[in-house]
Design a protein around this ligand. Structure first.
Ligand code: HXC
Length: 260
């Protein structure tokens, strides 16, 4: 069946950037099971689609996503929540090989903030609000909030955000390192698409290897991470695109990437 809660469009001059729009406006894009299943299926399909070089995820001007669906969660019991490994499948978003950019306007709260943090790069509109309000409803972040805030913004900021449930504006989110750039709201998505185009113009193979390297920094020790980076770097020497890139430089021309 065609997805209902996520919209997809190929955008950019070469139509090689996938723009995914979360589309459940009545609930401020609350991330119910259906929406997350549709998003996961779409991301998996786009990850395998050779015509796509980067993915942008956005919501509406009012809300990127206001969190997991509280109404869907309210009657859950521990036993089934535990045994069904509730939320484990959200990792699919961080398992995408292609670069994923979040273009955040409005509320990015709870699971919505965690979804943005699973992306590789976050651009924010100036009215964006980030937060982990789970504490206000008697629970805690469950899709990476305690971990990713801590790794990106440090302990003090992570504790404050998670323990108070208070929201943080776009500028502050940039200051603490969650967000890389802030734009006037209407310019956020176009800027994210431009960024996607810039990345999609590189060798898709090398882009994925580079992303794998950066991601390792969040998973391991410096020593292990440096080892992985060096091996990935060595591996680029087995590719057609590395040869082409260096030859093109020496020949003063633009490289023609083959994704090989
Ligand atoms: C279900 C939600 C929702 C949510 C908003 N809505 N957030 N429904 N789950 N997380 C619904 C409202 O019930 C309402 O539906 C409609 O969207 C519009 O929201 P309002 O509250 O009327 O809008 P507003 O007054 O502007 O307030 C916006 C808001 C507020 C500040 C974002 O909606 C809010 O606090 N939402 C909950 C935020 C939150 O706690 N998120 C964390 C969820 S827990 P009706 O039918 O009344 O019009 C979580 C757990 C993470 O994410 C675990 C890992 C995933």
């Amino acid at each position: 069946a065609a997805p209902e809660m996520v919209k997809f469009e190929a955008v950019g001059a070469s139509k090689n950037v996938a723009l995914i729009t979360l589309n459940r406006p009545k609930a401020l894009n609350a991330l119910c099971n259906q929406l997350m299943t549709e998003l996961r299926d779409l991301l998996q399909r786009l990850d395998a689609d050779k015509s796509i070089g980067a993915i942008v995820i956005t919501g509406s001007e009012r809300a990127f996503a206001a969190g997991a669906d509280i109404k869907e969660m309210k009657d859950r019991e521990f036993s089934s929540t535990y045994s069904s490994r509730f939320l484990e499948d959200w990792c699919a978003v961080s398992d995408v090989n292609k670069p994923v950019i979040a273009a955040v306007n409005g509320f990015a709260l709870g699971g919505g903030c965690e979804l943005a943090l699973m992306c590789d790069i976050i651009y924010a509109g100036d009215k964006a609000q980030f937060g982990q309000p789970e504490i206000n409803i008697g629970t805690i972040p469950g899709a990476g909030g305690t971990q990713r805030w801590a790794r990106v913004a440090g302990k003090s900021v992570a504790m404050e955000v998670c323990l108070t449930g208070e929201r943080m504006g776009a500028q502050e989110a940039k200051e603490v390192g969650i967000v890389s750039k802030v734009f006037p709201a209407a310019e956020c998505v176009p800027a994210a698409i431009k960024l996607g185009e810039k990345i999609a113009a590189q060798s898709p193979l090398i882009v994925q290897m580079c992303k794998e390297g950066v991601n390792r920094a969040f998973e391991t020790t410096l020593r292990e991470g440096l080892h992985v980076e060096r091996r990935l770097f060595h591996a680029t020497f087995a590719t057609v695109d590395r040869k082409e890139g260096m030859r093109a430089f020496a020949e003063k021309r633009k490289p023609q990437w083959k994704a090989e």
